[in-house]
Design a protein around this ligand. Structure first.
Ligand code: FES
Length: 152
């Protein structure tokens, strides 16, 4: 009389257990090799550093009726000194499509070359496509040093 059983023989179950352990070990080995490589290749996350003020230079170095682009962290700021010598700092990023604006001495305006947008020296959008005025920054003169800071 022949008996049949569906249960695997003890050798087969040992073999499948060893295969399972070997596959897990190989997976762990591959992960331990490739994870540090991938982690090294991925650039680290860097948050934008919050800047509260920047030095724009000496007052005597900024001529009247001129405009200068100053870096405020990662953003450009335009420092305008009008014909009377008054200073004003405004965001140099056009409110239309983010081009950098410039001081146009012959027009007495701040001008965006991308689509001929114009702002007055107070940052108000006066012609062209810009929908909003330029953001204003605070300018403080300490001795000879010109400091630009965010408006509170
Ligand atoms: S981006 Fe300045 S006018 Fe269009």
């Amino acid at each position: 009389m022949q008996t049949t059983t569906d249960a695997p023989s003890p050798n087969e179950s040992k073999r499948s257990f060893l295969k399972f352990i070997l596959a897990g070990g190989l997976t762990a080995l591959a992960a331990s090799i490739f994870y540090p490589i991938l982690a090294y290749m991925k650039p680290p996350k860097q948050g934008e550093v919050e800047i509260s003020s920047v030095k724009a230079g000496k007052l005597s170095d900024i001529p009247k009726d001129s405009g200068t682009i100053v870096k405020f962290g990662t953003k450009p700021v335009i420092l305008v000194r009008n014909a009377n010598g008054d200073l004003r700092a405004l965001s140099a990023t056009c409110t239309h499509l983010d081009c950098t604006v410039q001081y146009k001495k012959e027009l007495g305006l701040i001008w965006c070359a991308c689509h001929n947008g114009k702002y007055d020296l107070n940052g108000r959008n006066v012609s062209g496509p810009p929908p909003r005025p330029l953001e204003e920054y605070r300018v403080v003169v300490q001795g000879e040093e010109v400091l630009i800071s965010k408006n509170a």
